[in-house]
Structure formats: C-alpha cells, structure tokens
Design a protein around this ligand. Structure first.
Ligand code: PMP
Length: 394
C-alpha cells in the first residue's frame, strides 16, 4: 500500500460509487489565461468592473445566526414573493451557495436506495450530491416545455419517490424553460403523490425574451417544497451565497442540518451581498444591464453556431440562462474531442455527466456563452466544430 493510500475498509461505503466532478476537473485544467473556455457556468467578470464593494464592519467578523442575517433573508424572501412564491423571511435560510441547499435537501430526504426523480439531462453537481447519499436516481426526459406531467404521474405511482429535483427556468444544461401550463400540471401531480419538490432556480433573472413563469412551488397546495436561489449568477459567485426557502414543516429540520454543516454562511459575504442588493432600483438596473450583455452574447453564439455547427448538431436557442445544449447528429468520442480541443486551448463540457444513466443518451455538448469574450467566441466554436468534423469524417 502506498503511504498516501487509506485502507479502503476505513472509508465510508458512500464513497464506493462516488465520482469526482468532471466539470470541476475541466475547470482546473482551464485556469490559464490563453484558454477559450465554454466549459463552466461562469459569469463574465468584466461586468464587475464598476461594482463598488462596501467595507465590511468589524461586527461582521463575529459568529452569527445559522439562519443567516435577517436583512438578507428578507431581501431573498421579498424577491421570491415578487414572482409568486409563498415566501417569508422566517422560512428563509441563507446557504453557502445554492449547492449547499442541494446538500441539505439530500440529507433531509435521501437514505441509501431512496428513489429520486431528476430531469434528463440535469445539473451534474446535483447528481453528484444525490449519488453521495446513495439515492436510486431515476430520470425523465425533457421536451421543449419540461418533463411530461403524465409520465411523471405514472413514474410516481410506481416508485413512490419522495423527492423530485427540477430546474425549470433556463435549465442547466439544456436551457429549457418550463411553460406555465406544464408548471401547473406538474404541481398538481406532485401534490397528488405528496412528493417533495426541490426546485433549483439560479438562472431565473437571466431571461432574454420574457420572464420565466412563476416557480412550480408557487402552484403547490399541500406537498412540502424547497426552493433554491443563488447570488452566484447575477452578483458574484465567489461570495458563495444562496438562499433556501421552504414550506413551514421542513424549516426546523433544514435549520438543524445547516447548523451541523457549517454553523452559518460567511458573514462578511452576507454583509456585502446585503449592501449590494438592498437598493431595489439599483439592483434592477444592474440585472437589466446583465441581461442585455448576455443576450448579445447569446445571439452572437447562435449566429456562430449556425455557421459552424449546422451540419453537425441540432439545438434550440435558449431564451435565458448561460448555455447552448447541442445534440450531435453523429456519435463521436467526446473525451477525444475534448482532449484535442484542449491541446488547441479550447474547452467545452461533454454531455454525458449531465445524465443519471450514462449508457443510453444522445451525444451532446454544453457550451457556455456568458464567460468568453465576443472576440474569442467565434474562434473557439470553430475549433470545436473542426475537431468534431475531423472525427466524424467530414
Ligand atoms: N444549481 C444549478 C442548476 C447550477 O447551475 C449551479 C451552478 N452552476 C448551482 C446550483 C450552484 O450554484 P451556487 O452554489 O454557486 O449558488
């Protein structure tokens, strides 16, 4: 045994089938400045140039409440109420990114073998969390309006799954935005089966055509729900702050899980976020600027893809969020594509990690359009399309 190796028997069984994040591996390989990376879900840092960060008062260096700072809880609850959720600051928890919300929700519900319903494709780091808790992950395909409510109904009838994880507004990775009708139908099905809804909504503000319809959780009548938001996509991800709002019966248990996880989220970061978000008018202007900036990038990406990828892939122009999701017409080995692209200083995300079941899904790639500068966007997509063309014998 190598001195750095741990005897397997001393580690928790949950690590046996637990894989590291492909996305974070790629991210660590794309740190050099030269690289054109479509791989992550990173905001454009140029948008922060005129952001003036407040000075943190020493009082914020002290330990604080596990729920989070009340002014920030109020801001997050007010924002959610404004788009229709039954939200109250008293049921709002400030989390260390919405990623922690996924972790707390998983701890709340999942035992080894618990069936959990997700979309196909779905957010890869949610899959990672559910795998960690040894869920029996089942996925339902997305069409252009979301998952099919009748299929969901049949699935829940069979499995009695206690948890459904959905990312219905400008989904990562597909960009799908569930229609109003679909949201209502799904809420009705979840209510009927008393399935807890875990709704992940970090991209809601990044809409480029019309606002996303109200959250699915806002249509629920009796089943418990957890609604996650984040400041990562619209403010600064390095603050590592999100919010978890839930129905009343879940809050005490989630609060205990938060206490055990990290006592509370970073207080200086909470202070900064509160200061930056408390002026509603200024915040609305900032989001508007962000939307128009990303909308232009999305449009540029669409025209670039039309020129380079038309014969290679199908996609739907996303009406919000940060990603294009391309389904390749011919199957190629995307790990080979990625290695070749990385040699040419371009990165993207292969689609496979976004599927719970790795074997029977289409050959897809995810391209982020928020990070790369307009000047580099065209060159980058051209490299990827050339590599795919050479692999598929064009
Ligand atoms: N959910 C989804 C769907 C995401 O895309 C992300 C970030 N990529 C997260 C949750 C986590 O975001 P954060 O922890 O930065 O709030």
């Amino acid at each position: 045994m190598n001195s750095l190796e741990c005897p397997k028997a001393s580690l928790a069984r949950r690590l046996n089938n637990f894989s590291g994040s492909v996305a974070r591996d790629i991210l660590s390989r794309t740190q050099n400045k030269e690289i054109i990376s479509f791989a992550g879900g990173l905001p454009d840092a140029s948008l922060w140039e005129d952001l003036v960060l407040p000075t943190v008062p020493p009082a914020a260096y002290q330990y604080g409440p596990s729920e989070g700072e009340m002014p920030l809880r109020q801001i997050m609850a007010d924002r959610a109420s404004a788009f229709g959720l039954d939200a109250e600051a008293s049921r709002t928890l400030i989390t260390s990114g919405s990623q922690q919300g996924l972790d707390l929700a998983a701890k709340l519900v999942i035992e080894p073998g618990t069936p959990v319903l997700v979309e196909a494709p779905t957010y890869l780091a949610a899959l990672q969390v559910f795998q960690l808790f040894e869920a029996d992950i089942q996925s339902l395909p997305l069409d252009t309006e979301g998952i099919d409510a009748a299929v969901l109904d049949r699935y829940l009838e069979q499995t009695k799954a206690p948890l459904a994880y959905l990312n219905p507004s400008f989904q990562n990775p597909s960009g799908c935005c569930y229609s109003l009708e679909r949201r209502r139908e799904i809420a009705e099905v979840l209510d009927r089966h008393a399935t807890i809804l875990l709704e992940d909504d970090p991209y809601r503000d990044l809409s480029y055509e019309s606002d996303a319809p109200p959250p699915i959780a806002s249509f629920l009548k009796n089943t418990p729900w957890i609604y996650l938001s984040s400041v990562s996509k619209t403010l600064i991800p390095g603050l590592r702050l999100g919010s978890l709002i839930c129905s009343e019966e879940l809050f005490p248990s989630l609060l205990k899980l938060k206490q055990a996880a990290d006592l509370h989220s970073n207080r200086p970061a909470q202070f900064i976020a509160t200061e930056l978000l408390s002026d509603a008018q200024k915040n609305a202007e900032r989001i508007e600027k962000l939307r128009s900036h990303y909308q232009q990038k999305r449009d540029l990406m669409e025209s670039t893809l039309r020129a380079d990828f038309k014969s290679l892939a199908d996609w739907k122009k996303p009406s919000g969020g940060m990603f294009f999701w391309l389904t390749l017409k011919d199957r190629v080995d995307l790990s080979e594509t990625l290695e070749e692209c990385l040699k040419q200083n371009v990165a993207f995300m292969p689609g496979s990690p976004f599927f719970a079941h790795k074997n029977d899904h289409p050959c897809c790639i995810r391209l982020n359009f928020s990070l790369v500068s307009r000047e580099k966007l065209e060159n980058g997509t051209r490299v990827i399309s050339r590599v795919i063309k050479s692999q598929s014998g064009y």
